[in-house]
Design a protein around this ligand. Sequence first.
Ligand SMILES: Cc1cc2nc3c(=O)[nH]c(=O)nc-3n(C[C@H](O)[C@H](O)[C@H](O)COP(=O)(O)OP(=O)(O)OC[C@H]3O[C@@H](n4cnc5c(N)ncnc54)[C@H](O)[C@@H]3O)c2cc1C
Length: 497
Amino acid sequence: MTETGRRRKVIIAGGGTAGWMTAAAMGKVLRDVVDVTLVESEMLGTVGVGEATIPTLVTYNRLLRIDEAEFMKAVRGTFKLGIAFENWTDIGHRYIHSFGVTGKDHWTAGFQHFWRRGREMGVAKDFGEYCLELVAAERERFAHLPDFGLNYAFHIDSAAYAAFLRKIAEAHGVKRKEGIIKDVQLTDDGDLKSLEIDDGSRLDGDFFVDCTGFRALLIGEALGVGYDDWTHWLPCDRAIAVQTQSVRAPVPYTRSIAHGAGWRWQIPLQHRTGNGIVFSSRHLSEEEGKDLLLSSIDGDVLTEPRVIRFRTGARRAQWRRNCVAVGLSSGFIEPLESTSIHLIQRSVMRMMQMFPPGGVKQADIDEFNAQTFYELEHIRDFIILHYHLTNRTDTAFWRSCRNMDIPDTLKHRLALFGQTGRVFRANDQLFAENSWTQVMLGQGLTPKAHHPVADVMSADEIASFLDHIDDNVQRTVAGLPSHETYLNTYCPYTASA
Ligand SMILES: Cc1cc2nc3c(=O)[nH]c(=O)nc-3n(C[C@H](O)[C@H](O)[C@H](O)COP(=O)(O)OP(=O)(O)OC[C@H]3O[C@@H](n4cnc5c(N)ncnc54)[C@H](O)[C@@H]3O)c2cc1C
């Protein structure tokens, strides 16, 4: 513990996406109050995945004043307007969860109520047709529009992203130490005191950030914080990742394709494609998973398929004593909605908002943990939704997902939407009404009713309201360049970048 007024020594253990995101932000924002050292081991490496993001990363980049075109070139990035879910509801079915707003809400009722009325009248197209981002994604078009008119995220090369952040962090005074942490020393009252490195050196710190990934060396091993297991809701526990040469122009969306025991991803970058399969090892062996992945991908394989074992769940405390867990050390929901990098960003921002002026205060710890849990549980429910709300009964995996008992919070959401078409976003929850609506409709839940305010409009008014939105979407999308053309002018990747 430290007295107010002295520069704090912050030690970041681990240099994956979590470590370097933390280091870049701390270096840039808290440079005058902290000395930051990051220790990582090239020999141990990083998890090496985590390439699809959500729009909040645009905000993170802006906060750190990162030039977006430079960032995109460095990470060989492409733009992402949403995720296409294939075979999730039924084999052969497909929908997109886009980052956009669909239609136009009234303050009493979301657009889905007016759309439902239009559907009953036979004048409404598919729900997604009223969303600019979704239609642009389908037509593979992209451009920045004025006033943040298009909501987007990025596909990034995770190794290149860590290297990019490292440059920012080091330019802002963060020191990097290469080595393997061999031991962790505690003070007499149980706080973290120092890390012993395999070259015989020691790193003393006042405040520690555990970014050691699934190893959780500080928060788990040294401080003994347990882990809540969520595999009864989120049964996938294996992934196999492989990179391939691209065989076509990059699409501006992530593909998530369900199979008999989980799903697989396809993430297009400028210089290659990231692929992976996620599955439940109780339903598919690693050998079968590898065969399934290799038989489903296009393009020449560039890397050896790599197995990643994980357990979905959350660390029981994200902050304990003078240690905050960020990234995979803090838990892992699973990559279906690309939320992990977002959660890293949220933890980093929260940690900086609550950075202790002197010694660590229990009230800060409690607040941090409460906010983080609230956020995690909301995201957890959203992911469970995709597995549970399915018509698939073709395999034991899908039958067990359909029949599993889900959290009460999610039960309530499904009942509310199913009976009334209503969706509410509480406080600061990540997924807004339109995300829930798109996925619930996409997974086959159609509301039994709509708000009476939608009946106040005449049939002609409903039809022209829907046509007007549709016209705007079509006109705007028609004016956008192709995603590939835009990448080639805005942020072309060159091998020297
Ligand atoms: C299959 C899969 C797919 C994913 N896809 C996405 C996605 O699309 N989008 C998304 O947002 N997230 C995704 N994630 C999550 C994402 O990969 C992680 O959140 C992100 O990479 C951060 O990882 P990390 O930095 O916590 O851990 P790691 O990358 O594992 O880094 C750990 C660091 O700690 C160091 N370290 C560990 N032990 C020691 C030691 N003893 N001494 C010194 N250093 C040590 C390692 O060398 C490394 O530098 C995915 C995860 C998985 C498993």
